[in-house]
Design a binder for this molecule. Structure first.
Ligand code: SF4
Ligand code: SF4
Length: 149
């Protein structure tokens, strides 16, 4: 038993260091395009539909309406990097970045808050963000028709 352990130790010593010295040594290997890291939200594209909040398995996306203001909060401490939010977003407002060095003791580092002005409907009172995807589609459709596409 002792001899086999000694042999094992000698083999390991002969092999030398087999792990990267990061963060004290060279840069880490960059993750591939397929990698799912911290999410990024483009507030300019977001229409406030709430699709991301509906599908998030960790239930970390909270939506609050304050009059015509829709506040969307992302508490990323609970994120599992599943990518469902980015997959369902109709406006491609959420992207999975390749950022993975996320260890922190500051809550704000893993928190995103967006505020959208949502026009309330005169009839039902529900909020929507002008222009809607349908409006955009109509405009693009008419433009394409007028350009003969
Ligand atoms: S990646 Fe998954 S867990 Fe993280 S916010 Fe999106 S849906 Fe939620
Ligand atoms: S699914 Fe996309 S557009 Fe809808 S609220 Fe989420 S980020 Fe905004």
């Amino acid at each position: 038993m002792f001899m086999s352990k000694l042999k094992e130790a000698l083999i390991c010593l002969k092999a030398g260091r087999v792990t990267a010295a990061f963060p004290l040594g060279p840069e880490p290997h960059p993750p591939g395009d397929w990698y799912r890291g911290k999410i990024a939200v483009d507030v300019e594209k977001c229409i406030g539909c709430g699709g991301c909040a509906n599908v998030c398995p960790a239930r970390l996306i909270e939506i609050t309406d304050d009059g015509p203001q829709r506040i969307i909060e992302y508490f990323l401490k609970r994120c599992t990097y599943c990518g469902r939010c980015a997959e369902v977003c109709p406006e491609d407002a959420i992207a999975m970045t390749r950022e993975y060095q996320l260890a922190t003791n500051l809550n704000d580092d893993l928190y995103i808050r967006t505020e959208l002005y949502m026009g309330p409907c005169g009839r039902c009172g529900r909020c929507f963000k002008p222009a809607s995807p349908l409006d955009k589609m109509m405009v693009t459709g008419f433009r394409n028709q007028s350009e003969g596409k």
